[in-house]
Design a protein around this ligand. Structure first.
Ligand SMILES: *Cc1c(COP(=O)(O)O)cnc(C)c1O
Length: 427
């Protein structure tokens, strides 16, 4: 459309970047149809769960103080349980982030003397403190809970022999991270997760199989709990919050696992009965309602980025035609200048703080400077368009989100324009 083209030009996009983007975008029509089909199914799943549980206007009101008999909170937890096909769930603004939700799941379902196993390699960075791989106050290690890890094989497959050998009489909980996070291993499909769980069960039937579901929700028709997981855990400022949830985390799974977690989050004896929802419920409900379509928009943005940058000769992960089970896209930019230019472009497309220029900084917990681009309505939200990367070889940028695909598309066009303006890419 000419009006849109004129807007792009006004916003600093050149004819060449515009033409290339149009060409790539048009070539993705069939791919996008498949994403829309998944999103359509998930949308129906969410609406069906809301209707079945009789979500009403009264559910949006919230509570204060102890939060006894909070209808909206209790109903939302039934809705989540239905979506994930589980016995129960815990969905709370008192769960401060994804790491907290995962820590809660682990600390409440493991006891001194138990062992935790990760059969898919190193877990997400922040869990190293939770587990005590990096010594930390209050870690599982301090409570006498040990940890064992089996890395994936070089080709990304499960090391079945290694996993079999690692499982012992103390193995109580297995943690499986669905998303690659910021690593370069493949993201696990629900089908693959199901195969792994079946294998683990064949060796030890009573082990708790937990899945770190961050970034994976609604990217497929099925969730890990449809493939045998006892417990899934995630953050509400990623996919399931739909960009509206201002805080929060969720756990969905077996009744006993959820009861353990609730007893730890609040207090033994109080468990799920307390925990005021304050004013968060309208955004929790509406965000969940929007989540399937927001996730689809983020996927389209990631696929667009992969196709643009692969075409320009950059390594991209996942590849442009690969199936996707999470919303993260990485691009190997090969130089610090390119990494910074990319992030500057993403920032320029932001509705909030679009006028600032991101700069690398020495972020705590990282062994090199990190640059981050984010102009989000919810601070730190990574379902909103954002990009970050450590300033070290091979200068990978990790890009995710986009509440609307139009914004994701603009962000990628701006990133490319920024690389072109700095003469790093020639069109
Ligand atoms: C984001 C994420 C986490 C941690 O969530 P925070 O909200 O950042 O604490 C854990 N695991 C995976 C795979 C993630 O993507």
């Amino acid at each position: 459309m000419n009006e849109s083209k004129q807007m792009y030009l006004n916003m600093g996009i050149s004819e060449k970047v515009f033409d290339l983007s149009e060409k790539i975008w048009c070539s993705l029509e069939e791919r996008f149809k498949r994403i829309d089909a998944v999103s359509e199914y998930c949308q129906l799943k969410v609406i069906d769960a809301m209707q079945k549980n009789r979500v009403s206007e009264a559910c949006l009101l919230g509570s204060t103080g102890y939060g006894y008999n909070d209808l909206g909170r209790d109903t939302l937890e039934k809705v989540y349980a239905d979506i994930f096909h589980t016995e129960d769930s815990l969905v709370r603004p008192q769960i401060t982030c994804g790491t907290h939700a995962l820590a809660l799941a682990l600390m409440s379902n493991l006891r001194p003397g138990d062992e935790l196993l990760s059969p898919v390699g190193k877990p997400y960075d922040t869990l190293e403190n939770v587990i005590g791989i990096r010594p930390s106050k209050g870690s599982l290690a301090e409570y006498g809970i040990t940890y064992s890890q089996v890395d994936l094989c070089k080709d990304g497959s499960f090391d079945l022999e290694g996993i079999k050998n690692a499982i012992n009489e103390r193995t109580r909980l297995v943690t499986i991270q669905r998303s690659k996070g910021y690593q370069t291993r493949p993201t696990l499909s629900v089908e693959k997760i199901g195969e792994l769980i079946s294998f683990i069960r064949s060796i030890k039937s009573d082990v708790i199989c937990m899945v770190d579901n961050c970034y994976g929700e609604f990217t497929e028709i099925k969730e890990p709990t449809d493939a045998g997981a006892d417990l899934v855990v995630g953050s509400l400022i990623k996919n399931p919050g739909g960009g509206l949830a201002p805080i929060g985390g969720y756990l969905a799974g077996k009744k006993e696992c959820i009861e353990n977690a609730a007893s730890r989050l609040t207090s033994p004896g109080l468990a799920k009965e307390v925990g005021a929802s304050l004013n968060a419920l309208p955004q929790f409900y509406q965000g969940l309602f929007l989540a399937p379509s927001v996730t689809a928009n983020a996927l389209k943005s990631a696929i667009f980025a992969a196709n643009i940058y692969k075409g320009l000769g950059f390594d991209v992960f996942p590849g442009p035609d690969e199936e996707r089970y999470d919303i993260i896209q990485s691009v190997t930019l090969k130089s610090p200048e390119a990494l910074c230019a990319f992030c500057e472009g993403i920032q320029k497309a932001a509705p909030v703080d679009g006028f600032v220029r991101p700069e690398p900084w020495d972020m705590p917990g990282y062994d090199s400077d990190v640059i981050m681009a984010a102009g989000a309505f919810i601070s730190g939200s990574s379902i909103e368009l954002s990009a970050d990367g450590p300033l070290k070889e091979p200068y990978n940028v990790y890009f995710q989100g986009g509440l609307t695909y139009q914004h994701g598309k603009l962000g990628i066009m701006m990133s490319l324009q920024s690389l072109v303006d700095k003469d790093i890419v020639r069109l």
